[in-house]
Design a protein around this ligand. Structure first.
Ligand code: PLP
Length: 387
């Protein structure tokens, strides 16, 4: 056997033996409260389509119309000739909605985070990240060449201690809502800490954008922060907005610097223009119809009250992410399988995605669910948990 094959086989085998082998389910339906996998229908409690917009008829229609007009592929990167009218219109709409000078589209949230951190930071600078940040923020911080420090989850006090030892430009990056925990960063406190140490705050609002805040503008709106308190905002379009891609919003010079120097922006093909057009429709739905957000929050409340009565160990979260802490990885997998046997799709999240011995069922609720479906979820969870 050649060396590469031997190494790869060993890697896969190690994962399997540690009980951490990962596999994929193949969907045969659109996203929604129910999905079909291998001919079976499941209640879906693991998608990030928080507002149920991924298959909304208006969003789908807009994608189709734009594909008729602009074709499928964007054909090039933004700086060559791939930047089309729908991209431009979406950037302007996102800038206005988030109250920033400008917004810049990236092909994915992963690329946006790595692109921003590697452009803003240099050797000699310092980046500070919450321990539970999304992998893309951590990877971007490490790749930037700046001094890299992780601080205790949601601890402004620990951050302050570390900031005092920072050098060069100091950038603090956090998830607005933590993707595997569902809890929120204490943004007002972090912003004050940053101000006291002349550091810049960057917020990744993948799970807050569209869900939190009076207008659904996200974690910053919910925390009442002004643009200058968190000058770098990143949010994704593949979650609450139900499409794909991501954007960075901020000052004119921030966006200008990213266009000039962000390799993850420059050296990649632009999103299909029809996806940008569909996202404009999602954004319109988000702004015109607040009932989805209201309904989602009603469901979150109902789930949490039910779980408390059933004494289920749900984690502290006000967001659409409502994880159930299991700890043991095998047990989490077993629960996920048992629930699938009852027609519920809920993913078990295990290390290295979460710290050792904190495996969990990551339950996500969406505006597409009904109250009755939440009750069904609670019934089955309680039953499987007791066994
Ligand atoms: C999903 C996610 C990303 C990555 O976004 P993609 O568009 O899926 O690449 C970044 N940050 C957080 C917190 C996320 O949950």
């Amino acid at each position: 056997m050649d060396a590469l094959t031997a190494r790869l086989q060993e890697q896969v085998e190690q994962r399997r033996q540690a009980g951490l082998y990962r596999s994929r389910s193949t969907l045969e339906s659109p996203q929604g409260a129910q999905v079909r996998v291998a001919g079976q229908t499941y209640l879906n409690f693991c998608s990030n389509d928080y507002l149920g917009l991924a298959a909304h008829p208006r969003v789908v229609a807009r994608l189709q119309q734009a594909a008729q007009r602009y074709g499928v592929g964007s054909g090039a990167s933004h700086l060559v000739c791939g930047h089309s009218a729908p991209h431009h219109e979406l950037e302007e709409a996102l800038a206005e909605f988030t109250g920033r000078d400008r917004a810049l589209l990236y092909s994915s949230g992963y690329m946006a985070n790595v692109g921003v951190l590697t452009t803003l930071l240099r050797r000699g600078d310092s980046v500070f990240e919450d321990r539970l940040n999304h992998a893309s923020l951590l990877d971007g911080g490490l790749a930037s060449g700046a001094k890299f420090a992780r601080f205790t989850h949601n601890s402004a006090a620990d951050l302050a201690r570390r900031l005092a030892r920072g050098t060069g430009l100091r950038l603090v990056a956090v998830d607005g809502v933590f993707s595997m925990d569902g809890d929120e960063a204490p943004l007002a406190e972090l912003a004050a800490t940053c101000a006291a140490h002349e550091a810049c705050l960057m917020v990744d609002d993948a799970h807050g954008f569209g869900v939190l805040g009076e207008r659904g503008a996200g974690s910053l709106e919910q925390a009442g922060l002004a643009a200058d308190q968190a000058p770098v905002l990143m949010a994704t379009l593949g979650k609450a907005l139900g499409t794909a891609g991501a954007f960075v919003a901020g000052s004119d010079v921030l966006v200008e610097a990213l266009i000039q120097a962000s390799r993850n922006y420059i050296y990649t093909t632009a999103l299909p223009p029809a996806v940008a057009a569909a996202t404009l429709e999602s954004l319109r739905l988000l702004q015109e119809e607040s009932w989805r957000r209201d309904h989602l929050h009603t469901l979150i409340k109902r789930f949490r009250e039910g779980a408390r009565q059933l004494e289920l160990p749900v984690m502290e979260s006000r967001s659409a992410i409502q994880p159930l802490l299991v700890n043991d990885a095998d047990k989490a997998m077993e629960l996920s399988r048992a629930l699938a046997g009852r027609g519920l799709l809920i993913s078990a999240i295990r290390p290295p995605t979460v710290p050792a011995n904190t495996s969990r069922l990551r339950i996500t609720l969406t505006a597409a669910h009904s109250e009755q479906q939440i009750d069904t979820l609670l019934d089955h969870l309680a039953d499987c948990w007791r066994r």
